[in-house]
Write a protein that binds this ligand. Structure first.
Ligand SMILES: *Cc1c(COP(=O)(O)O)cnc(C)c1O
Length: 418
């Protein structure tokens, strides 16, 4: 459930009219519901309470420091994938013992920053990386926890761009190499290699691939008699964008807990989209409409630079008018909702049945809380949008929209060209 609801044909976020926020904040803007974020986090926490896991919110899905702070304040840990995310995590006041760090290309400076902060775990993805972490840890006279990310080679049945646990992807290590590493732990005197990590992909709506991956890891550990303290089962839980029927936190937990409970290990979860996805929308305004011999276009002020998922993954986002006009079903027609960017791939939705809308009307692009703002860019020299967080009857601008000055910050014209 999420707290974007219609009352008398008007879209509300929590207890505020979205149209009222749009009077104070220029469009397009992202709007997050604090209550929804926390509710989704708690749902997972409750569902898994039998094994009391550490839930590390995957910051790459939404790294706004207010969003991250909200979750941290409610007890969440964080899954980071870069030095920049670690920086944000620190600003959000996270307990370092609740931070895990994944990614195939951690650089030396990033590793040192994470060691210095005292994170719980590095999720290591190659032997080169292990050597690098060992070298850094030794230099700073520290012992650091490492989990080996295993690529369990399962097919999660999701978009190939967000598949990570198949053998051919760049993520993790195969079982054989993982075995070798566990056998040669002595090679890394400053590392405590005591965990296993998997993350098989994103927007996975069925528990089966998760079960398969977990079983494969358990079989591997048992057959090689490898003992671990931590099992990080990653994120990837799917959500409803349109007609999906994803597993609920409860049904997911019911299928996963029995597999893991008997291992007697500490479990880590890394949900991103499950927590943030339906906690946010993109609010955009109709600039023009136009009819061509083939189609009707609704041209809005938000585009692929603000929300790239439709262009990049052909992702579906429901699009609804913020005020539903009366007799809306009579006037409904098929339209393409497109942005102002000079690319044919710049669309938010295609062939959508929508009540008639016109210049100045507000539209809400639903389910935009994950991989929305974080993937935004300045393409076409478009300042990036504001981010707003609603809490009950109040709202807070948690990132102001960029200005033209922001666009050129850091750029200089060399003297010879002046
Ligand atoms: C992206 C990512 C996640 C979160 O994925 P979601 O599909 O948003 O839940 C978790 N763990 C790792 C290592 C990731 O790269």
């Amino acid at each position: 459930m999420h707290k974007f609801t219609f009352r008398d044909n008007e879209l509300y976020c929590e207890d505020i009219k979205v149209s009222d926020i749009a009077k104070k904040v220029p469009t397009p803007f992202y709007l997050y519901s604090y209550g929804t974020l926390i509710d989704h986090y708690r749902k997972l926490k409750t569902a898994f309470s039998a094994i009391n896991p550490l839930i590390c919110f995957s910051m790459k899905s939404n790294s706004n420091i207010a969003v991250v702070r909200a979750l941290v304040k409610n007890g969440a840990g964080l899954d980071v994938v870069s030095g920049g995310e670690l920086y944000r995590a620190r600003l959000a006041g996270v307990d370092p013992r609740k931070v895990v760090y994944a990614g195939v290309g951690k650089k030396r400076e990033e590793i040192i920053e994470a060691i210095d902060f005292g994170i719980l775990f590095f999720n290591a993805e190659s032997e080169d990386e292990l050597e690098e972490i060992q070298r850094c840890a030794e230099k700073y006279g520290r012992k650091v926890n490492v989990a080996i990310r295993i690529n369990p080679d399962v097919i999660p049945k999701t978009h190939h761009y967000i598949t990570t646990g198949k053998g051919e992807t760049k993520f993790g290590l195969d079982f054989e190499t993982a075995h070798k590493i566990f056998n040669m732990r002595w090679r890394y005197p400053n590392l405590r290699i005591k965990g296993v990590h998997i993350h098989i992909g994103s927007q996975i709506t069925d528990a089966l691939p998760f079960q398969e991956a977990i079983r494969k890891v358990i079989d591997f550990l048992n057959s090689k008699r490898i003992e671990i303290e931590y099992f990080n089962i990653g994120g990837g839980l799917g959500i409803i964008y349109s007609v999906e029927n994803p597993q609920t936190a409860k049904s997911f937990a019911r299928k996963i807990i029995p597999l893991i409970k008997k291992m007697g290990v500490k479990v880590i979860l890394e949900p991103g989209r499950f927590i943030s996805g339906n906690s946010g929308i993109l609010v955009t305004r109709v600039i023009y409409t136009k009819r061509t011999p083939r189609k009707k276009f609704v041209i809005v002020d938000g585009g692929m630079s603000d929300l790239i998922r439709p262009s990049l993954y052909e992702a579906y986002h429901k699009i609804v008018p913020v005020k539903v006009p009366h007799n809306s079903s009579d006037t409904a027609e098929r339209v393409d909702v497109v942005g102002p960017i000079c690319e044919s791939g710049d669309f938010l939705g295609k062939d959508r049945l929508m009540p008639q809308v016109g210049r100045g009307d507000l539209l809400a692009v639903m389910g935009a809380g994950a991989y929305g703002f974080v993937m935004s860019s300045n393409y076409n020299s478009r300042p990036r949008p504001s981010e707003v967080m609603a809490m009950g009857k109040k709202f807070y601008i948690v990132r102001r929209h960029e200005t033209y000055k922001d666009l050129v910050r850091g750029e200089t014209i060399p003297k010879v060209l002046r």
